[in-house]
Design a protein around this ligand. Structure first.
Ligand SMILES: Cc1cc2nc3c(=O)[nH]c(=O)nc-3n(C[C@H](O)[C@H](O)[C@H](O)COP(=O)(O)OP(=O)(O)OC[C@H]3O[C@@H](n4cnc5c(N)ncnc54)[C@H](O)[C@@H]3O)c2cc1C
Length: 367
């Protein structure tokens, strides 16, 4: 546990997500760090954009983790290293794993999302929460280290799944390991441009990543993945990068949620049901929905910081307008990456170097 003050700060931030680190930084810079308190289960918050680089061996643990305790200490913000397990928005209290009830005037939730596995499946290795994936990766290392040929399946054909598949291929390049990308779409990264889909398929073929498209996984048991249409695939281990879900405890809070359990917010990032609750990042369900991607959480940070201050002062809130086009950078192997925006795509070593600069600049802001 971090420092506690007798009178808790008026604003409680749940989760050290991409939006909240910016809120902590800005409040600190303005000398208002004492007005907020951050709760997160680990002092190290991972930056997902650099996870593929960590898997492939390009980055170390510290390169892609923000030290929340240090960030908070710099701005005079108390930090509690624990999980939130519930919210009572009518009593304005957060329930902590420690059993404590934490009061707030304003609450902001940026706790990310979790993989939603097909019902009943418990096996395999989930990429989320990323914070603990680094531990689960060592399980894979141990499996791969014994020298027998293995087949790994990465489930999920989104950007995360593709990047993880390429990164694992690079990490285990000295081992006899076959990697398969599995998912229900006909092609990888179905939500990106046609050109990007082609480039990804081409790169996969070039380095020998197998593709099991239109394979809607309904079961994983005794080393066999089963698709809805009955196809079966024998694998030694699976890595789940499937689409995002919300923690189930949110359903007991009385907060307005969307059908998938994410907190519904208005265009000021404020809960539609409780005016003293804000949400940002993956956990927020926007009036004009966007995919669950860190780029939105990052963009929401400054506006969230502004609106928390305005709300405390009783001023009118600013409006968040999510961008219609956003840059997606997909790391491949051998120091190359794909850039995708406006339906266009380009691949090369310079794209990977550009991505490195963007990611490093982001991390630098919180060091
Ligand atoms: C491999 C991979 C690569 C990706 N690459 C990209 C990319 O290149 N670009 C992109 O835009 N998106 C990318 N994404 C998506 C991106 O990870 C998420 O959209 C982004 O992390 C969401 O940020 P967030 O602020 O909502 O939450 P997160 O960054 O997930 O942070 C949530 C925080 O809340 C904490 N927390 C969770 N539960 C609780 C609780 N109960 N109480 C207190 N604290 C809690 C967590 O410990 C964590 O610190 C990638 C995802 C993966 C898996």
């Amino acid at each position: 546990m971090g420092d506690r003050t007798d009178v808790p700060p008026p604003i409680v931030l749940l989760g050290g997500g991409h939006a909240h680190v910016e809120v902590v930084r800005r409040f600190g810079e303005l000398g208002l760090g004492h007005q907020i308190l951050l709760v997160s289960p680990s002092r190290h918050a991972p930056y997902s954009g650099m996870l593929p680089g960590y898997i492939s061996g390009k980055y170390g643990f510290d390169d892609f983790h923000i030290d929340l305790a240090a960030l908070c200490a710099r701005g005079g913000t108390p930090f509690l290293e624990t999980w939130a397990t519930g919210i009572d928005p009518d009593r304005r209290r957060v329930k902590l794993e420690s059993g404590e009830d934490l009061p707030y005037q304003l609450l902001s939730v940026d706790i990310g999302s979790f993989p939603s596995l097909p019902e009943g499946i418990v096996g395999g290795i989930s990429v989320k929460p990323i914070a603990s994936f680094t531990d689960r990766l060592s399980r894979l290392d141990a499996l791969c280290a014994n020298g027998t040929p293995l087949r790994l399946a990465v489930i999920g054909q989104g950007v995360a799944g593709v990047e993880v598949a390429f990164a694992l291929k690079q990490r285990y390049r000295q081992h006899q390991i076959q990697i398969a990308l599995v998912g229900r779409a006909e092609q990888p990264v179905p939500e990106r441009s046609r050109r990007t889909r082609q480039l990804v398929e081409h790169e996969m073929q070039a380095i020998g990543i197998e593709q099991y498209a239109a394979f809607d996984v309904v079961d994983f048991r005794d080393g066999t993945l089963v698709a809805r249409d009955g196809r079966r695939l024998a694998v030694d281990e699976v890595v789940w990068t499937t689409s995002s879900g919300a923690p189930t405890w949110l359903r007991d809070t009385g907060l307005g949620l969307d059908a998938s359990g994410f907190i519904r917010v208005d265009d000021a990032l404020r809960s539609v049901s409780h005016t003293d609750v804000f949400a940002a990042g993956d956990i927020a369900s926007l009036p004009d929905p966007r995919p669950k991607a860190g780029v939105f959480a990052v963009r929401q940070g400054p506006l969230l910081a502004e609106n928390l201050q305005r709300c405390l002062a009783g001023a009118a809130l600013a409006t968040y307008r999510p961008q219609n086009f956003w840059l997606v950078l997909i790391s491949l192997t051998n120091g190359r990456a794909i850039a995708d925006k406006w339906g266009l795509a380009i691949v090369g070593g310079w794209v990977a170097r550009w991505k490195h600069r963007i990611d490093s600049r982001f991390m630098q802001r919180y060091r």
